[in-house]
Design a protein around this ligand. Structure first.
Ligand SMILES: [Zn+2]
Ligand SMILES: [Zn+2]
Length: 423
């Protein structure tokens, strides 16, 4: 520091401790590795003294994810150094270095060297690791590698024990890996990242991937095994079925329903759809399309202006016929009666039964997804809304399904009545 103007000391200090300020760096220190100390290598210190008669700080020793001297490959020492006392010479009692230290294990040295190499590389090249390590996307990785419990929580006990097995305790200690991160992950599986420091990033990345580049190349898989970019599902968008959606947002509905919802939004048309998974076995329950007014009017104009029948629209758009009927009824279109009459005249009841049943099953799963118990009301409302009453006697399986829910609902009501007597 002797060759730096006193006025610049503060900046150099900020850079060395936080990795910030005017001297830009890709590696930033976050609160978990808040480091009000400077590191130095005892051997470099002695060599400096022999060569120059005084010792110098080295910026490479201050990078938060470097724990050994890149030249001597021995652990760095640390001292508290406020910015107004930057002279290394005045701070160190040289006798301290005569205390013998156990040499590092081969395993520790191996990982420490990897971290040193990666840190230099990251400091030179902007790989935007912070952008890549998003907690919600990492959650998908945890699912893929079996680190999520049936409750939807991250299995931090398993994660911790496997990370310790992989690196060894010695390494995690010299890296000062902060175990608080496990608590953060447990409390908030989708946003623990904000508390991460470069060390924790590199520890997670090297645990899950063979190299930085395999991490950079990795694209997160959703539980169906697909990975992005994902297609736009809006038939009326220029990018329909084109894989362009890279951004996904993820929501956990763990308290009431134990479901995971992944949302996809098209950049071009803003159409949103959602894939809903059951957490216990990651089964895909349904794909929900966000039905905006614009989209509905597009669907209806397909029938109205292009004179397509309901069935072909259903096939084209890959949505249930009943959903289209629902739109027609809701919008009270004057041609609807004729349209539906034509369609229903040619109806095959077995096929119709299947479609209606699927429609109700989706409805029920949606109601349950929202934590509603009285799903039978939903079914009744739908029967009324799309005028299904007269058809039900032809739809055997659907009728059984509705009946099952009616029985369940009545039992629920009885149960409530009985219990309320005693209150
Ligand atoms: Zn050294
Ligand atoms: Zn689109």
């Amino acid at each position: 520091m002797n060759f730096v103007y006193a006025a610049n000391h503060n900046e150099i200090y900020e850079y060395m401790v936080y990795g910030t300020n005017k001297i830009e760096s890709q590696i930033r220190s976050k609160i978990f590795s808040f480091k009000p100390r400077f590191s130095y290598c005892p051997k470099c210190y002695i060599t400096d003294f022999k060569s120059f008669g005084e010792a110098y700080w080295r910026i490479s020793h201050q990078i938060p994810s470097i724990f050994i001297c890149p030249i001597h490959q021995i652990p760095l020492e640390e001292i508290n150094t406020p910015y107004y006392e930057l002279e290394l010479n005045t701070k160190i009692n040289i006798d301290v270095h005569n205390i013998p230290r156990m040499p590092l294990s081969k395993k520790t040295l191996f990982h420490a060297k990897t971290f040193t190499r990666q840190s230099f590389y990251l400091n030179k090249i902007n790989l935007k690791l912070y952008e890549k390590v998003k907690s919600n996307k990492f959650y998908l990785l945890f699912i893929e590698r079996g680190f999520v419990k049936p409750s939807g929580k991250i299995d931090v006990t398993k994660l911790q024990s496997e990370i310790e097995k992989f690196y060894g305790i010695e390494f995690l200690e010299i890296a000062k890996f902060n175990k608080e991160i496990y608590k953060a992950m447990e409390q908030d599986p989708l946003s623990w990242r904000y508390n991460m420091a470069p060390v924790e990033f590199l520890i997670l990345i090297n645990f899950f991937f063979n190299s930085l580049s395999s991490f950079i190349m990795y694209s997160y898989k959703i539980p169906t095994g697909e990975n992005g970019p994902f297609p736009c599902l809006n038939y009326f968008c220029d990018l329909f079925n084109v894989n362009t959606i890279t951004f996904t947002s993820i929501y956990l509905k763990e308290e009431t329903t134990k479901r995971l919802s992944i949302n996809f939004k098209c950049n071009k048309c803003n159409f949103v759809y959602e894939k809903v998974f059951r957490i216990s076995d990651w089964c895909l329950l349904e794909i929900r399309r966000d039905k905006s007014e614009e989209w509905i009017s597009n669907v209806l104009s397909l029938i109205n202006n292009n004179h397509l029948n309901i069935e072909s629209v259903s096939k084209k758009l890959n949505i249930n016929i009943l959903e289209i009927e629902e739109m027609i009824f809701m919008n009270k279109l004057d041609y609807s009666n004729k349209l539906l009459r034509d369609y229903k005249n040619s109806i095959e009841w077995a096929k119709r039964d299947k479609q209606v049943l699927l429609y109700f099953k989706n409805l029920v799963s949606k109601a349950i997804g929202q934590g509603k118990v009285e799903v039978y009301h939903w079914i009744c409302h739908s029967i009324y809304k799309i005028n299904l009453e007269s058809e039900l006697s032809f739809l055997t399986r659907t009728e059984q399904y509705v009946e099952k829910h009616r029985t369940f609902y009545n039992r629920l009501k009885d149960h409530k009545r009985k219990n309320s007597k005693y209150i």
